[in-house]
Design a binder for this molecule. Structure first.
Ligand SMILES: Cc1cc2nc3c(=O)[nH]c(=O)nc-3n(C[C@H](O)[C@H](O)[C@H](O)COP(=O)(O)OP(=O)(O)OC[C@H]3O[C@@H](n4cnc5c(N)ncnc54)[C@H](O)[C@@H]3O)c2cc1C
Length: 466
């Protein structure tokens, strides 16, 4: 998490992101919401005779699960492909409160409710970011294998067919409205361990297959720069686990990463310790050792139970929609800079894309075309473009040198900064700030940068971006 408030004061940006209050109900048990999507609009695609629109969703992470559920509820014949149904995506698993509400995430799959978020500077100055949280507010910590399979089950309960299959490639149609032919290895049959090669014809495809998306390759969507994230799951003694019960830590400094941060996040019965880098991937193990060293006295005696690494996209792909194919989540490149947050944005983009298809097809009754899928892109960019840009600028200013990081941590101690940061992270909205507080913050930000001797370099960075 990083402070949008800080950035607003620094570059004078002010934005507001719409919050889709799809559902504000919080459910405590594994229940499936019964509401259907019925969207009326005048559409141009031909009516489908004797069948409904058939859409393949490739990838059963948060993006794919949400997309498939929305499509199925909207009357679209939905096939969700997931290569590994017990996949345990390498991930910190931190989700904002608005995700719990909007996506009706049952409270019993949230392992930890983090209310203390410590950010630790290169010189080990510690700021607790959670002081201003209200009693009902927290950052949720989930295990991805639990969250992803819950969302997939919910899609299946809504009517999606879940196929345990590895998507290989697809043949693009040569004529308007002709089907896409998907080639995949089907692992559903227990008779053959290596799976069975199959094909399937569909009208449209949502690529929700993560950072190494094959769907993206099929539509020549272009590459993106990636952070290499590395994480160790460490089982620490119960007495030490108590310390992390509701606490997450973020370490910043050249030692833990030249361009990202190191973290210790609490999981159900262990902690996840990790770091990432875009520019110095060959040194990732050195940064990981430094992160472990910084947290040493708190994780000492721990046993590493799992080591994992995965790319995190740095920016959206050049192409996210082509004809009747759309990319969502990491496949599209929707992780925020600075915080590396992607779970909420994956689920949200999956849902938004599926809603556009449901709307464009009039609940599965008509063929869709590229203009229908572009409705999703326009809505997405309108809602989140500024958020991504602000975090990108913040990243460039505060993550590039130790003096700037010291200034960053100092600013995080400011109550107003914390309030605005948590508003934007927990609820994905930025409320109108108090002009006087904004002004005070701007002065404080500059003073911190000057004190940390970071101002000249960071202003140069900023002028390069602008
Ligand atoms: C180490 C690390 C820590 C992170 N920590 C956080 C965090 O704390 N909070 C946060 O918000 N974000 C975090 N992220 C980012 C987050 O993990 C991603 O943004 C998020 O998982 C994206 O969801 P997705 O559904 O788009 O893709 P994924 O979660 O990657 O899901 C893609 C799915 O597609 C399946 N798949 C892939 N290829 C195929 C194929 N060919 N055929 C069939 N299925 C296929 C995969 O098995 C997978 O289940 C972290 C990332 C990393 C690497």
């Amino acid at each position: 998490m990083a402070s949008i408030a800080l950035m607003k004061s620094f570059v004078g940006l002010r934005h507001s992101t719409a919050v889709d209050n799809h559902s504000t109900a919080v459910v405590t048990k594994h229940t499936v919401s019964a509401h259907k999507y019925c969207i009326k609009a005048s559409k141009s695609g031909p009516k489908l005779a004797g069948r409904n629109l058939k859409v393949a969703v490739v990838g059963g992470g948060p993006a794919g699960g949400s997309a498939a559920e929305t499509l199925a509820k909207g009357g679209v014949e939905t096939i969700l492909f997931e290569r590994k149904l017990d996949n345990c995506k390498p991930c910190g698993g931190a989700i904002p409160l608005c995700m719990v509400r909007e996506f009706e995430i049952p409270l019993d799959i949230i392992d930890r409710r983090v209310t203390k978020m410590k950010i630790i500077s290169p010189s080990n100055v510690v700021v607790d970011m959670g002081r201003i949280l209200q009693p009902h507010e927290y950052v949720g910590m989930v295990r991805r294998e639990v969250l992803d399979s819950y969302l997939r089950d919910r899609a299946a309960a809504a009517g999606a067919a879940v196929v345990n299959g590895l998507f290989l490639k697809m043949d693009l149609p040569e004529e308007k409205n002709a089907p896409y032919v998907l080639h995949y290895t089907d692992y559903s049959s227990k008779s053959s361990g290596s799976g069975e090669k199959k094909t399937m014809e569909v009208d449209a495809v949502i690529g929700a297959d993560g950072a190494n998306s094959r769907v993206a390759k099929c539509i020549d969507a272009g590459d993106y720069e990636c952070t290499l994230a590395f994480q160790e799951r460490i089982k620490i003694p119960d007495s030490k686990m108590k310390y992390y019960e509701n606490l997450a830590e973020m370490y910043v400094g050249d030692d833990v990463s030249p361009d990202f941060y190191g973290w210790v996040f609490p999981k159900s019965d262990h902690v996840a310790v990790g770091t990432g880098t875009v520019t110095h991937k060959a040194d990732i193990k050195k940064f990981q050792t430094a992160t472990r060293n910084r947290a040493q006295n708190k994780i000492q005696g721990g046993k590493i139970i799992r080591v994992e690494a995965h790319p995190i996209p740095e920016h959206p792909r050049r192409r996210r929609v082509l004809e009747r194919v759309a990319l969502v989540g990491d496949a599209a490149g929707y992780v925020t800079k600075c915080s590396g947050e992607g779970i909420y944005f994956a689920a949200k983009s999956g849902r938004m894309c599926a809603e556009a298809i449901v709307e464009g097809s009039e609940n599965g009754k008509r063929m869709v075309d590229e203009s229908d899928l572009r409705v999703y892109l326009e809505k997405w960019d309108k809602t989140y473009w500024v958020t991504y840009k602000v975090l990108e600028v913040l990243h460039k200013v505060f993550y590039r040198s130790n003096p700037a990081r010291e200034a960053f941590v100092e600013m995080c101690g400011d109550e107003y900064v914390q309030k605005m940061t948590f508003e934007s992270y927990l609820y994905k909205r930025v409320v109108a700030g108090n002009p006087l507080d904004d002004l005070k913050l701007a002065v404080k930000t500059i003073a911190s940068l000057v004190r940390a001797n970071a101002f000249g370099k960071e202003m140069e960075e900023l002028s390069i971006i602008n």
